[in-house]
Design a protein around this ligand. Structure first.
Ligand code: TXD
Length: 313
């Protein structure tokens, strides 16, 4: 790997999400990448293949593949995608214990080598795995961030843009809560060029779109039959990494460890966060209506059950 002053990003897990994330990081010139996996030769092979794309794509960003953590030392960001993906009929929660073992091992190995890194968690079940990563790394909450809301709102935006036949760029969506069946899309804060979608789409139709958003992950699992989504998940992870490394102060929905925000304490939950070079620089609180508060409360319960199973609460 040619030494450089570019940011260093470790991607753990060189599977569907991890390899695609690495590709996007290079193509968008976000930084140099170290790709880690337990399968011998696989991360090395994918990294070399991606390095050889540089002359054609016109990037000088470097990438190396490895089966150990030595080369990850001094990373600015660690994007954690290692774990098992859902199979058809398997809920995110079924993955809990297996992925908890994987996350514990990886974070305990990697955090001491990159003590100043910001961790972006991707492994499911997302909110519980982010909590575990924070505990195992000992990092402050600003530096452990879960990727889910960017993906969930990207799905919501896609469906809204399709429905209204407008550019996705004009559609902003707001999604709170846990990643999963209890996510809380907020239609009244979701807008097309500033106009709330509640004024543009009839309530019954909007409810269908909200439901499709909630089931967005499962819809893809069902079609693929093996494995789960990875193009939109990788795009979402890279948007977060780019917002952090380029200190963009972007407001993105991320899973963050709440310390009283939205009336909840000691739990990871999807909320709007300002992402900059320090990681989560602030959490935005908005007023929720009673039914939205209830929905968020259900989300908290679902996440709490998971963290209890892995002994974090
Ligand atoms: O919104 C979100 N947060 C998500 C989460 C969106 C999409 C996928 N989401 C979850 O990401 C999914 O449920 C899984 O838990 C992870 C990874 O999904 P992916 O589709 O990339 O799974 P793959 O293709 O099976 O890749 C996982 C890789 C695979 O190559 C394993 O060999 C590797 O992880 N793996 C490890 N690498 C390093 N270290 C350890 N211990 C390890 N264990 C497995």
């Amino acid at each position: 790997m040619i030494a450089s002053t570019r940011p260093k990003i470790t991607v753990v897990g060189a599977g569907h999400v991890g390899a695609t994330t690495a590709m996007r990081l290079l193509e968008q010139r976000v930084g140099d990448v170290v790709l880690v996996d337990i399968v011998e030769g696989m991360p090395q092979g994918k990294a070399l293949d991606l390095l050889e794309s540089g002359p054609v794509q016109g990037y000088d960003c470097q990438i190396a593949g490895t089966n150990t953590y030595d080369e990850t030392a001094g990373s600015d960001i660690v994007i954690m995608t290692a774990g098992l993906a859902r199979k058809p009929g398997m809920s995110r929660d079924d993955l809990l214990k297996k992925n908890a073992d994987i996350v514990s091992g990886v974070i305990e190995g990697i955090a001491p080598k990159s003590p100043n890194a910001i961790i972006i968690m991707v492994t499911n079940p997302l909110d519980a795995m982010a909590h575990l990563a924070m505990v195992k790394s000992g990092f402050p909450r600003e530096r452990v961030i879960g990727m889910a809301g960017v993906l969930d709102s990207a799905r919501f935006r896609t469906f809204l843009a399709q429905e209204l036949k407008v550019s996705v760029e004009n559609v902003h969506a707001f999604v709170l809560g846990g990643h999963g069946d209890t996510m809380v899309p907020l239609p009244r804060y979701s807008t097309v060029s500033g106009v709330p979608v509640t004024e543009l789409i009839a309530p019954e139709r909007l409810a269908q779109i909200v439901q499709r958003t909630r089931d967005g992950g499962a819809e893809i699992v069902k079609l693929l039959k093996e494995g789960s989504a990875y193009y939109a998940p990788s795009a979402s992870s890279v948007e977060m990494a780019d917002a952090i490394l380029n200190d963009r102060k972007k407001i993105l929905p991320c899973a963050a460890y709440l310390q009283g925000e939205y009336g909840h304490q000691g739990i990871f939950l999807g909320v709007p966060c300002k992402l900059g070079r320090k990681g989560i620089e602030s959490i935005f609180e908005i007023e929720l209506k009673a039914d939205e508060k209830d929905a968020l409360g259900k989300s908290v319960k679902a996440v709490e059950e998971l963290v209890q199973v892995i002994g974090l609460r």
